[in-house]
Design a protein around this ligand. Sequence first.
Ligand code: PEP
Length: 252
Amino acid sequence: MSRKKIVAGNWKMNTSLNEAIYLVQQISKNKNTNSEVLKIVFPPFPFITEVAKTINNSANFYTGAQNCSEFLNGAYTGEVSALMLQSVNCNYVLVGHSERRQYFNETNQQLVLKIKNALQHSINVIFCFGEKLEERKGTTHFTTVEKQLNQVLSHFTETDLHNITLAYEPIWAIGTGETASPQQAQDMHAFVRKTIANLFSTKAANNISILYGGSCNAQNAKQLFACADVDGGLIGGASLKADDFCTIINSF
Ligand code: PEP
């Protein structure tokens, strides 16, 4: 089993350039208690270059983008391509975050194109998915997640999967302060692994990292990361405070 432990910070539309650099300098100072844990930060687009330079060669520390275009290049005002991200040493990209799906109406078809472009430019993907509150209450959360995975990942090969990390993010837990319980997270992560085994193979399922996202913080990370199928976290709010983010990194 070669799956990685990852703690990723999605800064969303927050920080100025100076704040971004300060944050990443503080995180760099953290001595990981587990040196195998990968740290990734996702600053806003304009700060990626400087953040990547600041991180420089810090061990197991990478820069990501919060989005990339489904188009390769051309007359798409305001868009940022995978090639542009590659050219500024951006190693990861988030695809399918619920805020992109909800506020920018991103469809599964677009997500497939975004992932294809990222992989083509050697950028690793963190693919996000998760159910709405009414789906959780109506106990259709497993079918919702299965559909999200099937409709997107069926367009990729088992080799592509080496550069894809999954992030289960129940929408009702994102930015709400409400977290999935360790049992709820473990049940869904085990189900996601089973879905990957059905789509690809048991080997692929055992090798893929599955992160939990949704109000994961310095207080609850240890319990969540202790779950057998939780390989780390995608952190929103708590990733903006260096001390909290470092405590989460040290929660394995
Ligand atoms: C997110 O947006 O990916 C997220 C998990 O946010 P928060 O940690 O703030 O719930």
